[in-house]
Design a binder for this molecule. Structure first.
Ligand code: TXA
Ligand code: MG
Length: 318
């Protein structure tokens, strides 16, 4: 049974022994292991039941650590790192030989991120090695945004959950692949793409990934999914079709008529996309627990963080 607490030294101890620890970040909770320890990293894949072709992000605490994690950094990537790290951004960079291939699923690139959470930054400084960490959920399920979410699903499999409270952003990091002349968005996430484009001074290419696209092997079209069937579209029309008894509702800001209040969640009554992002995964988990067959959801406005929210809703419904 996992112990949950805020003891950085305890967390450090487990990690040094090659054990897994759940860590808080500003985006979602991660399931962390010493990125230099192949056996520890293997435990991540086993615990999550994650396919070996899906590479992990490496977490560190400072830009000065990049030299031992990647072999070079394009200028534009460095500009993004200086501007947005720590923060909800992952950069795909050429892999340093220090990073075991199990971390990158054999790719010659590595995803690197500096999480913006005081406990985890202190932990990273204490241990002195980087942490490989995917989101701390069973493969394909909704990412955890509280320590209780982690406990509910992985509590029996790991020794320690570092409790940093609810995640401030609530959506996974934006993943960007910068090469000499191109900037590609592999996954929209907690950092708005417009902010990235402002720094690089041009449009970023949006890559539509799937299970067969080797650029982001983990961006399967069905992912981030509750167990209930999620139907994305016009909620009222779908409610009429399936009937209120078999449905729960996830709307953006307004309650839907024709179904009980306790079967509904609004992502943000004041139509704030940051609040909606923060609430999304907890809402999906809550509705997934209700005795219904379907979760009816609608898209949010496709601006700012709305892009990433809609991306998750689409994958959840695939
Ligand atoms: O916010 C986040 O990014 C969270 C927190 C814990 O840091 N982590 C996270 O990890 O969402 P995960 O494993 O659930 O998603 C990482 C994604 C995967 O889809 C994977 O395919 C992609 O990053 N990825 C990692 N390394 C890559 C690489 N070298 N090239 C392309 N995609 C990569
Ligand atoms: Mg994940």
């Amino acid at each position: 049974m996992a112990e949950t607490g805020t003891d950085i030294h305890k967390a450090a101890n487990f990690l040094e022994k090659g054990e897994l620890v759940a860590i808080p970040t500003e985006t979602v909770y991660g399931l962390a292991a010493n990125a230099f320890d192949e056996d520890a990293v293997l435990k991540i894949f086993e615990t999550k039941k994650r396919p070996a072709f899906d590479p992990l992000i490496v977490h560190t605490h400072a830009l000065s650590e990049f030299q031992r994690l990647c072999s070079s950094i394009p200028d534009m990537a460095w500009q993004l790192a200086e501007r947005f790290m720590p923060g909800p951004l992952t950069l795909i960079l050429p892999r340093s030989e220090n990073i075991p291939l199990i971390v990158t699923s054999g790719l010659d690139t590595v995803g690197i991120r500096i999480p913006d959470h005081p406990l985890t930054l202190e932990l990273l400084r204490t241990i002195g090695f980087p942490l490989a960490a995917p989101s701390a959920n069973p493969f394909g399920y909704v990412s955890p945004t509280t320590s209780a979410h982690v406990e509910a699903q992985l509590g029996t499999e790991i020794p320690y959950i570092l409790n940093g409270g609810p995640c401030r952003v609530g959506l996974e990091s934006t993943i960007i692949y910068v090469r000499e002349r191109t900037v590609e968005v592999l996954r929209p996430g907690g950092l708005e793409i417009s902010a990235i484009e402002e720094v690089i001074g041009k449009k970023a290419d949006r890559i539509h990934t799937s299970g067969s696209n080797p650029k982001a092997p983990g961006m399967l079209s069905s992912h981030y999914a509750p167990r209930k069937k999620l139907i994305l579209g016009n909620i009222s029309a779908n409610l009429e079709k399936h009937g209120p008894d078999s449905c729960a509702v996830l709307s953006f800001s307004k309650p839907v008529t024709g179904i009980a209040e306790e079967m509904q969640v609004q992502l943000s009554v004041r139509e704030d996309l940051h609040e909606a992002a923060r609430n999304l995964f907890a809402a999906l988990r809550k509705l997934d627990e209700l005795p219904v067959t379907y979760i009816l959801a609608e898209k949010v406005p496709e601006t700012g963080l709305g892009l990433a929210i809609n991306d998750r809703l689409e994958r959840a419904s695939a």
